[in-house]
Design a protein around this ligand. Structure first.
Ligand SMILES: [Zn+2]
Length: 485
């Protein structure tokens, strides 16, 4: 999808945007390690970084994955995921257990229908770990892809069937299956892949679903879906919020409803207000004011809609939610730079070695990075191989494997996904009508066209322009957010 020039341009831009924040991260880490009397604090080495950054993460965010599980019962997460898919892509997902044989009693079978109730795809969902016979992780794969030629009559279309596999803890001792937030993200990610398999409209099997899509575009739908795990919007009270008393002023601010009159000032969380009677005391007599907040709009809030305590139904506490959101950008500059600079140094003999980016807390390695910008492992194969030249493909392959050659794909896909998500954000995530329109456009382009059209053109069809790294930098806190801009 990307040309070499575009990929290099992207890496250079990300590198420049991250450098300052990565230096700050190193300084923070050094201060933190010193504060813990670490002997290595004055010269943190590459192998010290992970240890100290994990300690710093714990001290800043103090998120206990195991405690968080109680807020993510799997059934609720799945309901939230399905209703998000319905809202965005105009599909309904129905249980279809019994319609197809399954390999384990826990495996569910679902039918995906369009809004006219016509089936368009099916999927298996194999949720729980089985240590004796199932490998770990989460993944999606095709059982059969959409294909006209392989349909029974070769004129209609064989519908795609997908399997989505997770390794959740099974329900135990009256406790439902509970997920960590990472597992929630992984499920959203895999569901994104499944959607591309299932919502394809390509009838030719070789280009339907994700088939034929270039490496650097194939993670777009999956990473796009991950963004929704973090999507939160404040509640909005539509104009016209009423009270029965004309001299009572109702306003909303930062999740609170304020009521003020000459006699009284009240503030309440607007999450809980639907219709309340407020009894105001005035010189010993009570007067009743009914605040009718029927036009309180609970806007789309994916995170909070799925995060409810499995026993009490209580929402994820606001401070934990804020920590989850903040932890997303923890050392983001360093992490992006680490990926960007998975580069090589070459000595006179042509041998290459990895650059130890964080070899010391002195910042010399950062300053020299731009000089090495054209020596990325991932682009080496594309840019340095000269057909008929001194090096054979074998020799290139010996020093740069195909995985490394495609390494930039991770960031390219992140850029595409963030840019795609930002289309919704720019339109206003609290405007459900517009969000739906953009969702349909995403479905009709990215999810539908498979490998039948160049991924760059597909992206342009959706976004109206070529991809930009700006949104990714915003989500990682390396550029001002839209609200702050
Ligand atoms: Zn993936």
């Amino acid at each position: 999808m990307a040309t070499v020039d575009k990929a290099e341009e992207l890496i250079e831009e990300l590198c420049n945007a991250c450098r300052g924040s990565a230096i700050q991260d190193m300084e923070d880490l050094e201060i933190f390690a010193k504060g813990h009397n670490a002997v290595e604090a004055n010269q943190l080495r590459h192998w010290d970084i992970n240890f100290w950054s994990e300690r710093l993460r714990e001290s800043r965010y103090d998120i206990n994955d195991e405690e968080l599980r109680a807020f993510f019962p799997m059934s609720r997460v799945i309901d939230g995921l399905f209703s998000l898919a319905k809202m965005l892509f105009a599909i309904n997902i129905y249980p279809a257990d019994g319609l197809a044989p399954v390999w384990n009693n826990d495996v569910r079978f679902y039918c995906v229908k369009n809004l006219s109730d016509v089936p368009i795809a099916y999927f298996y969902f194999d949720p729980y770990s089985r240590p004796s016979g199932k490998r770990s992780g989460a993944w999606v794969d095709l059982v059969v892809g959409r294909s006209r030629i392989l349909s029974r009559d070769a004129t209609s279309c064989r519908l795609p069937v997908v399997h989505i596999v997770c390794n959740q803890t099974p329900p135990l001792a009256g406790k439902p299956s509970l997920m960590t937030f990472r597992e929630v993200e992984a499920l959203f990610h895999e569901f994104g892949h499944a959607l591309q398999h299932m919502l394809t409209i390509q009838d030719e099997g070789l280009v339907s679903g994700i088939k034929g899509i270039e490496w650097d575009a194939v993670e777009l739908p999956s990473q796009f879906m991950e963004h929704w795990c973090y999507q939160r919007e404040k509640d909005v009270i539509e104009e016209g919020l009423k009270s029965t008393s004309p001299d009572v002023l109702l306003t909303q601010n930062a999740g609170k409803l304020s009521l003020s009159s000459k006699e009284i000032q009240l503030e309440s969380s607007i999450n809980s207000i639907l219709a309340v009677n407020l009894y105001l005391s005035q010189k010993g007599t009570f007067k009743c004011i009914t605040v009718t907040a029927y036009n309180l709009v609970k806007v789309r809030d994916t995170l909070m809609s799925i995060a409810k305590h499995y026993k009490t139904g209580e929402s994820l506490p606001e401070e934990i939610c804020l920590k989850l959101l903040a932890a997303r950008t923890f050392r983001a500059g360093s992490e992006l730079l680490r990926q960007d600079c998975n580069c090589v140094e070459r000595d006179d003999s042509g041998a290459v070695s990895h650059v130890p980016i964080f070899k010391s807390v002195s910042h010399a390695p950062f300053s020299s990075l731009s000089l090495k910008i054209r020596r990325y492992v991932d682009l080496e194969l594309h840019t340095k191989y000269v057909p008929g030249g001194l090096e054979s493909v074998y020799e290139i392959d010996q020093r740069v494997d195909t995985y490394a050659a495609g390494y930039y794909c991770y960031q390219w896909a992140e850029v595409l996904a963030a840019d795609a998500f930002s289309a919704f954000e720019e339109a206003g995530l609290n405007n459900e009508k517009v969000v739906k329109q953009i969702g349909i456009k995403f479905r009709e382009t990215v999810l539908a066209l498979g490998g039948g059209k160049s991924p760059l053109q597909v992206f342009i069809d959706f976004r109206g322009r070529e991809p930009s790294p700006e949104p990714l930098l915003r989500y990682y806190g390396l550029k001002p957010s839209l609200a702050a801009a």
